[in-house]
Design a protein around this ligand. Structure first.
Ligand SMILES: C[S@@+](CC[C@H](N)C(=O)[O-])C[C@H]1O[C@@H](n2cnc3c(N)ncnc32)[C@H](O)[C@@H]1O
Length: 265
């Protein structure tokens, strides 16, 4: 899709018909971009909003993101002493919740590709007195040994990855047999609410992002990337294709977000 197509798609709040990304292109919101450019574009978005990211999350979701994250941690069934990998962990919300559950005998690793987001997360966790190592790395090439973790979690991160299948395969590689993967992500909202949700995402979010985080485009990307992300059933199928078993999901807030869970064989 050209930039013009992307612009008219934005105006309608829908992805326009356009060339389907091939193996060398992918989506960046409603735009089709070269695969090698996406990570850099995503990095630009998160570097720009890192310092206001937490405040924006509260404003955009009316605080609901805290409930979604707590619910995802409950679904992960973390036990004392377990090893948890927080992928694309950003400012560290999931790591903090997991650290309280696995206790001092367990391990939680905060990871993110973006140094600005990771820096905010590392400082917040240290300020809370939590010993959580922070590692800057790409989810598609994790610097951890095979079968090391009991649980891998990715919250609102998969959507931004260039090769989601590759990332899911990496999650499975670093999980022990029987280990769980948790994907908390925006998903397909209940049909009757779609119009209202579109009006909010494409009308309100960029304005809020412009005023509070000083970057309307970053929040336009958020709305577009949500629309381009696979729906509940498609993501479940991607997880099965990556080798996960017993894949299930829970819709939250009428499907605004979903928590997918799968088990490594
Ligand atoms: C919306 S934030 C989510 C942060 C945090 N998990 C939360 O729920 O608040 C998305 C994060 O994904 C990270 N990210 C994007 N692509 C990534 C990749 N390929 N590998 C690791 N992290 C990535 C971004 O840097 C950003 O911090």
């Amino acid at each position: 899709m050209s930039e013009d197509d992307a612009r008219s798609a934005r105006a309608s709040g829908r992805a326009a018909e356009g060339p389907v990304p091939d193996e060398t292109t992918t989506h960046f919101g409603f735009e089709t971009v070269a695969e090698q450019d996406k990570a850099q574009r995503v990095a630009g978005v998160f570097a720009a909003v890192a310092s206001r990211y937490d405040l924006m999350n509260d404003l955009m979701s009316g605080g609901l993101h805290r409930f979604w994250k707590r619910f995802a941690v409950d679904v992960a069934l973390p036990r004392a002493g377990e090893r948890i990998l927080d992928v694309a962990g950003g400012t560290g919300d999931m790591s903090r919740l997991f650290a309280a559950r696995v206790g001092s005998a367990g391990e939680v690793w905060l990871t993110d590709i973006n140094g600005s987001m990771l820096g905010v997360g590392r400082d917040r966790l240290a300020d809370a007195g939590l010993l959580v190592p922070a590692v800057q790395c790409d989810a598609e090439r994790l610097p951890f040994p095979d079968r090391y973790f009991d649980c891998v979690c990715v919250a609102f991160g998969l959507r931004n990855m260039t090769r989601k299948e590759q990332a899911l395969t990496e999650f499975r590689r670093v999980l022990r047999p029987g280990g769980r993967v948790l994907v908390l992500e925006f998903s397909r909202v209940w049909k009757p609410l779609e119009k209202l949700y579109d009006a909010y995402s494409f009308g309100v979010l960029p304005v809020l992002g412009g005023r509070v985080a000083g970057d309307a485009d970053a929040y336009r990307y958020l709305a577009e990337s949500i629309r381009m992300h696979p729906d509940q059933e498609t993501l479940a199928e991607m997880m099965r294709n990556a080798g996960f078993e017993h894949v299930d999901w829970h819709n939250l807030s009428a499907g605004v977000v979903a928590v997918h869970r799968g088990y490594a064989p």
